[in-house]
Design a protein around this ligand. Structure first.
Ligand code: ZN
Length: 492
């Protein structure tokens, strides 16, 4: 079942298939590494991850390129404020970005491209634009794209650009003005700024040319899909199209995917509103990485997500249901045979799941039949109607669910531990939730020892000591589950 994905360029759902019938070539705008990523950034990367994983599930091979913008206005400003060169300023945020992606289990693209390692390719592109009269140099040595050289400008964002002033210029990387301007391709070096000596002068690239140059370097003049957050549609993506298509005369990306902004508690996320969260903030509040992943992907990418702590709690519970069911499914002893109703139910859930994702990656609709199947299967197990032959059918559905959602296996301890180590280094221990500190105050070995002591106490009918240990563990956020196979524990 091919994916039908909304295409910003055509304004409709289009089938997304590789043009060469083999490998789907896609570019997604990566981070600008001037600070830690916030949950709005990560929603975009997670939704692109959903796209990646679903395409792979349907058997499509990928060549996915993502840039790292490691030179831009904000980076230069912040590095100058810190009194260090940008080459010393950005690495810690590059590392933090990949650590955060790993915490959220976002797959890495096949190719990562850092802007500062592709300067010659950008210079070449600007020279080619200049050769056809679409780029011009100003007195200070900067280069601009001549908007009037690309009459199709605005075709992606569908903006009415009739108020466009011919020759008006803008030199900042980001702007929201409705009236389009000639934009900077290359900024002449200012005193103290990082700069490269090149054939077009000493300076540094503008943000937009970075993505055009790196996309075409790794994917060719034309490729299948370009993705990014909705805030990048104008002017960034519009500018990428203008630069690239002016040089090649060919369509740049055939398909454009834009992920909508999220709100936090119904309001735009901002530092001044006090509702601004990085991934690390949430981990230090005691939320688990898997719950953050599920909460950020469960609303389809084209809908506005209203992010709330209630939503995170709901995601936490959903994951618990899923994991508890999976444990039960794999550990319960079952009678031989098959239950036709369950076999049928598994097939139906699988079909509905795939159909929902094929329909513009509707993650909300895709989740529903899976949790419905879990309810049905749990009831069947309760009633002794779940048979050994049904296990694999249900597990197969869970595997496909998890190929995209990836929350089934409990890997939450590591991201939390990493966040705590970071908080310690960054002097942010005061922001750590007390329950989380308590839960981390005992090592795994100490917990195991207490659990073993409690088991021994129970055997010796010393129930007072057994209860005492259970309470001590509970105070430290450790939950015990007694089962016939012994005691299992987990951090709440
Ligand atoms: Zn970009």
């Amino acid at each position: 079942m091919p994916l039908r994905l909304f295409n910003t360029l055509s304004g409709q759902l289009d089938e997304l298939v590789p043009a060469d019938g083999d490998v789907l070539r896609m570019y997604a705008c990566g981070p600008t590494v001037y600070d830690y990523g916030h949950i709005g950034n990560f929603r975009t990367f997670l939704q692109v991850d959903v796209l990646r994983r679903f395409l792979k599930l349907t058997g499509i091979r990928l060549r996915h390129v993502m840039n790292i913008t490691d030179v831009d206005d904000k980076i230069i400003r912040n590095a100058a404020a810190a009194g260090i060169p940008i080459s010393e300023y950005t690495p810690r945020y590059v590392d933090a970005f990949f650590e955060d992606l790993d915490s959220l289990r976002v797959e890495h693209p096949e190719q990562i491209a850092r802007a500062t390692q592709h300067i010659p390719r950008m210079v070449d592109l600007i020279q080619r634009l200049a050769a056809v009269g679409a780029a011009y140099q100003t007195e200070d040595g900067s280069w601009y794209f001549r908007l009037s050289a690309f009459p199709a400008y605005g075709k992606l964002s569908k903006k009415d650009l009739s108020g466009m002033e011919d020759g008006a210029r803008v030199d900042v990387d980001e702007y929201e003005k409705d009236s389009a301007r000639d934009f900077a391709l290359w900024k002449a070096a200012k005193p103290g700024e990082t700069a490269w000596d090149t054939a077009i002068g000493r300076g540094r690239p503008g943000w937009h040319i970075e993505c055009s140059a790196m996309a075409m370097e790794y994917l060719g003049d034309s490729f299948d899909l370009h993705a990014g957050g909705e805030d990048l549609m104008f002017p960034h993506h519009e500018n990428e199209i203008a630069q690239s298509e002016t040089v090649t005369g060919k369509p740049f990306a055939r398909h454009w995917m834009h992920v909508r902004f999220l709100l936090v508690d119904g309001r735009k996320m901002s530092k001044s509103e006090g509702n601004f969260y990085t991934l690390r903030d949430l981990l230090l509040k005691g939320y688990k990485a898997s719950a953050i992943r599920l909460a950020l992907i469960s609303v389809p990418y084209r809908h506005q997500l209203n992010f709330t702590f209630d939503g995170l709690t709901e995601a936490t519970h959903a994951i618990e249901r899923l994991r508890t069911f999976h444990d039960r499914l794999t550990q319960t002893t079952l009678a031989a045979g098959e239950n036709p109703a369950l076999q049928e139910g598994a097939k139906k859930a699988q079909a509905e799941y795939m159909a929902a994702l094929s329909n513009d990656l509707n993650t909300a609709e895709a989740r529903a039949p899976i949790f419905e199947l879990i309810r049905t299967a749990n009831t069947a197990i309760d009633r002794g109607q779940f048979l050994a032959g049904d296990r694999e059918a249900i597990l197969a559905v869970l595997r496909d669910f998890d190929a995209v959602f990836d929350v089934l296996e409990d890997r939450d301890a590591e991201p939390t531990r990493r966040a705590l180590a970071w908080a310690e280094q960054a002097g942010k221990m005061s922001e750590v939730a007390p329950e989380l500190l308590a839960a981390q105050s005992l090592t795994d070995e100490e917990i195991e020892a207490l659990v073993a002591e409690r088991t021994m106490a129970k055997k010796q009918r010393n129930f007072a000591r057994a209860d005492q240990i259970r309470n001590q563990l509970a105070e430290n956020g450790i939950v015990l589950e007694d089962s016939k196979d012994g005691v299992r524990w987990k951090r709440k």
